[in-house]
Write a protein that binds this ligand. Sequence first.
Ligand code: ZN
Length: 178
Amino acid sequence: MGKKPKAEPKPKLKEDPVFREMLTRIAGEHGYEVASALVDNELTDDEVTKRTGIRINLVRRILYDLYDSRVVGYRRARDEKSGWYIYYWRIEPERAKEFLLNNKRVLLQKLQQRLEEERNTMHFNCENSCPKVTFDVAVENDFKCPKCGDRLERYDNSSIIAALEHQVESLRQHLAGS
Ligand SMILES: [Zn+2]
């Protein structure tokens, strides 16, 4: 299938926008920061707090969420003095990549589905900023906006379609190259 474009250097895990999105979804707003701190380092929760400035309780919850999704792992060692266990956390690069790939596949499916929907659905809206409605709703309301009563016009979704097509294409290339 065509020539492979000259090797564009692969984005590093940390810089991959889907990686970022995925971590945010798994572990909230700060999930990405915590995971990034662990990309090339093995750190305790305390050290993660120092590096990221995120408070310790939140760091622990995030670590747990990431562990639950198998994106991070830990090594346990007993502290000689206190006798307590110390947990050293790290990113599991292979698992994170696998997880990321699966997420990308799911994302691609969703985008393709949305694209189909956008291609097959007619939407209508008024000139005010009311939400758009489907064809059925427009018919039911005699082509008057259900919210403000103004006339409904066919909503032009060609820019949405173009944007979705672009996203689908770049994700496809990304998956093909990994
Ligand atoms: Zn309206």
